[in-house]
Design a protein around this ligand. Structure first.
Ligand SMILES: C[S@@+](CC[C@H](N)C(=O)[O-])C[C@H]1O[C@@H](n2cnc3c(N)ncnc32)[C@H](O)[C@@H]1O
Length: 175
């Protein structure tokens, strides 16, 4: 059965969420317009895709669409996921939405996720889990067993998995 991101992740109004490889972050802004969090940290090294004018455009679009104000404080971080400029154990949820398969240096990225995530935190991943080549970026996609193996390296396991749509899955990892 298909689930929404909120049904899978279920964040609270106090939670600090860090989205790694968020791109222009329209999806994250939409989520915050629908369900507020304590803080939304948007991380992507590419300043052409992640920047304030585009985030503000997203905010205006969804505030107008939902006739609401996005109350969640939003911060932009231009950095690599392998060197996250945050203190240890400060984040409740790490989101990797259609981004992990594009990243190199996965061991360092997993170590950073493990470092910044609170003990009872979770990782929410959206990926197409075919193991094929992604049309969009030409990179190889994961199979579920490869993700499970990757997260086992930082003592995390699958807590929940569901379809997002006809193509992609959501997978939630916890300690
Ligand atoms: C396919 S896009 C996904 C964007 C967005 N999450 C979405 O679902 O539309 C992948 C993003 O990962 C970012 N990225 C690639 N390598 C990265 C890294 N090492 N650390 C953080 N972000 C990275 C790219 O800049 C790009 O914006």
């Amino acid at each position: 059965m298909e689930k929404s991101l909120f049904e899978v992740a279920g964040w609270s109004e106090e939670d600090c969420i860090l989205s790694l490889g968020c791109g222009a972050a329209w999806w994250e802004i939409k989520q915050m317009a629908e369900n507020a969090a304590g803080e939304m940290l948007l991380l992507d090294p590419n300043k052409d895709v992640l920047n304030w004018p585009d985030v503000e455009e997203g905010l205006s679009y969804f505030e107008n669409h939902y006739q609401t104000r996005v109350a969640t404080p939003i911060h932009i971080i231009h950095a690599e996921a392998s060197a996250i400029p945050l203190a240890a154990a400060t984040v409740d949820q790490v989101w990797l939405l259609n981004s992990l398969h594009e990243m190199d240096d996965l061991e360092a990225i997993l170590a950073e996720i493990d470092r910044v995530l609170k003990l009872d935190g979770c990782v929410i991943m959206e990926e197409i889990l075919t193991g094929g080549i992604h049309d969009g970026c030409g990179k190889r996609l994961f199979k579920l067993n490869e993700l499970i193996e990757l997260f086992r390296g930082v003592d995390m396991r699958v807590d929940f998995q569901s379809s997002k749509d006809h193509e992609a899955d959501y997978v939630k990892f916890v300690r």
